[in-house]
Ligand binder design. Structure first.
Ligand code: GRF
Length: 203
C-alpha cells in the first residue's frame, strides 16, 4: 500500500510512521511527503529516508494551492493520505477524490478544542486556559469539515497542576507517536470499517 504523508512542521509524527514501517510494524510504503511550508523539517526527514519530498508553498501559491495539491495527489494516486501535523484543511474536491482514505491526527480529544483555528500550540494553550484535567489526541478520517470526520482512535493524557501549554504539547505528542502508527497499521491492513459516523475495528 502506497501512502502520502502531509506535514507542515517538524514532522515527528511523520517520523513515527517511517520508523514503524522500517521496523516492519506497518507493512506499507511512504511514497511521498508533501508539505505546505518550505521550511518544514518534515521534508528533510523524508529525504533522509529516500522518500520523494514535495513542497507546495501555500503562502506563494495562494488560491492555486488546493488545485496544485489535487493535481499532485492525482499524479501520485496513493492508496491513503496521512495528515501528520498538516495545518491545511483540504478542499472538498480532494476529500471527495479519496473517500475514507484520508486520515488526520488532531492533538485534542475531539469534539473539544478542534475545528478551524485550533491547530498546533493554539490547541494546548486553549486546553491549559480552560483548565480541563484531561486532554489527548484523536485520529480520524477526514470529511469535508474541519476535524469532523469519523473517529478512529483516541487516547487520553492527564493534565497535571504543574503542566504548561508546552509540557501538555510534549505529553500529547509522545502519545501521538504511538496512536498514529497504530491507526495507520489498522488502515493498511483493511481493518477500519466506516459505518456512517462510526468506525468499527475488525478482528
Ligand atoms: C502534532 O501535535 C499534531 O497533532 C498537530 O501538530 C503536531 C505536529 O507535530 N497537528 P510534528 O510536526 O509531527 O512534530
Amino acid at each position: 500500500m502506497n501512502l502520502v504523508v502531509m506535514a507542515s512542521g517538524n514532522g515527528s509524527d511523520l517520523q513515527s510512521i517511517i520508523d514503524a514501517i522500517e521496523e516492519g510494524y506497518i507493512k506499507a510504503t511512504v511514497c511521498a511527503v508533501i508539505s505546505d511550508k518550505k521550511e518544514a523539517y518534515a521534508l528533510e526527514r523524508a529525504k533522509k529516508h529516500g522518500i520523494a519530498a514535495y513542497c507546495l508553498p501555500k503562502k506563494e501559491l495562494k488560491e492555486r494551492f488546493q488545485q496544485e495539491l489535487l493535481k499532485l495527489l492525482e499524479k501520485i494516486n496513493p492508496d491513503g493520505i496521512i495528515l501528520a501535523g498538516c495545518i491545511t484543511i483540504l478542499d472538498e474536491k480532494i476529500v471527495q477524490k479519496f473517500p475514507n482514505r484520508i486520515i488526520n491526527i488532531h492533538p485534542s480529544l475531539i469534539p473539544a478544542f478542534c475545528g478551524e483555528g485550533f491547530y498546533g500550540m493554539k490547541v494546548h494553550k486553549a486546553v491549559y486556559e480552560y483548565g480541563v484535567k484531561y486532554t489527548g489526541c484523536t485520529v480520524h478520517f477526514v470529511d469535508s469539515g474541519a476535524d469532523t470526520g469519523p473517529i478512529i482512535l483516541q487516547e487520553v493524557v492527564k493534565v497535571d497542576e504543574e503542566d504548561t501549554p508546552e509540557t501538555i504539547a510534549k505529553k500529547v505528542l509522545e502519545v501521538e507517536h504511538k496512536v498514529l502508527p497504530y491507526a495507520v497499521k489498522l488502515f493498511t491492513e483493511g481493518k477500519l470499517i466506516v459505518e456512517g459516523r462510526k468506525v468499527r475495528i475488525k478482528g
